[in-house]
Design a protein around this ligand. Sequence first.
Ligand code: SAH
Ligand code: ZN
Ligand code: ZN
Ligand code: ZN
Ligand code: ZN
Length: 443
Amino acid sequence: AAEGPRPAALTLLGPVPGAPSCPHGPALLFVKSSQGKEEGRRFYACSACRDRKDCNFFQWEDEKVSESRLAAREEYNRHHQPSFTHRQNVDRYKNFVLLPSSKRRFCQECQQLLLPAEWEKHSDHQFLCGITNAQLKSPSQLLYPLENKKTNAQYLFADRSCQFLLNLLTDLGFRRVLSVGTPRLHEMIQSKASQEEEFRVRSLLLDIDFRYSQFYTEDEFCHYNMFNHHFFGGEVARETCRKFLYEENDERVIMVADPPFGGLVEALASSFKKLMAMWKETEKEGHDNKEMPMFWIFPYFFESRILGFFPSFSMMDYQVDYDNHALYKHGKTGRRQSPVRIFTNLTPSMIVLPEEEGYRFCAVCQRYVSSGNHHCDLCNSCTSKDGRRWKHCVLCKKCVKPSWFHCNICNCCTLQKHSCGKTDVGCFVCGKAGHKRSACPSL
Ligand code: SAH
Ligand code: ZN
Ligand code: ZN
Ligand code: ZN
Ligand code: ZN
């Protein structure tokens, strides 16, 4: 296959009908562009993997693909599906839980629950013994978090943030959660539901990490790609999702998504819109002008991009913390450092943030804000995005980061260290001019 341009300079033209497929479902159409103009040939590439090492699918849009290559590709795609089906994994689980503790093994190399007949095959692999029911109920602790930076880095919620999200959802009266890329939230809901009689929240996990199919039934987990809205389980899985979104007995549903941060915001937005449309099509009275409630968990510097796709959304000040992310964890000092926020289409005043963590309610803005976020009378809003106190620039007529200063040559506020006049292309991450994605000060 020909060598395509580097992802950083790419524009996504979207999921398009009739796109060719790789093992991760329909590919996305891209084009290289500069200054908003398309440059060069359009091409298809894998939706899920932005590292060629993980999936090297590539095809020019106008490329003629021979019958034999098509056949080889289909064969390749089939071959690159997981070795067990979800159904098989469910059956294996049923057998696994019947085993006495001494015979319950989990292969750490294959990330797989082992049945005694399979021990032999994994004899020179590292494994864990005596897997408990509690461990089976928290697969996100048992499984190794995937760490591939470009494709599938898994950042798991710190217990406190997960607990906060769950309390928030239940306090808001939601009884069903469509957990998109949030295995830890899903698992917290599942285990609470199995332990507490009066806890009636249900969750359906949609995730590309097929390892989870070992622990959940087809009604609890769908193998799903959120960059192209692809259900690997086909129409049956799609129907499971549709059924889940149907609000029987007035059990209100909310979607919670915590996608990888690498970009492709438009692909995510497009999939979320399709999930919202699915909810809408379940045809409940009263849905007419409503949007499916959603929490989209994402860094604050994507605010303008997310709001561009979802004008009804607003960003909450709550800082979402992660367990395995060195940068996004609460420091020893207790200072919050995470850039990750909740974007939601629910009324901001309803999102109550914990006062014991320093959040307060701003009566003017009608929302909870960080302790460091001061209300600016000139902007008439609490303007800080990162939790630090921002300063108002009278020339820019807005508040800016404390570290910025007003450059008279560029005629705007920016970092002290910048090259004046370099304002051609906007950054892929924050949309601001003057730097490329790789040099984005937000990252
Ligand atoms: N904070 C969450 C995990 C977020 S990490 C929690 O603790 O529950 C991002 C999640 O998205 C991972 O579970 C990962 O497997 C999933 N993911 C990554 N790429 C995906 C894709 N293309 N489609 C669906 N899920 C994906
Ligand atoms: Zn305010
Ligand atoms: Zn201001
Ligand atoms: Zn300024
Ligand atoms: Zn930037």
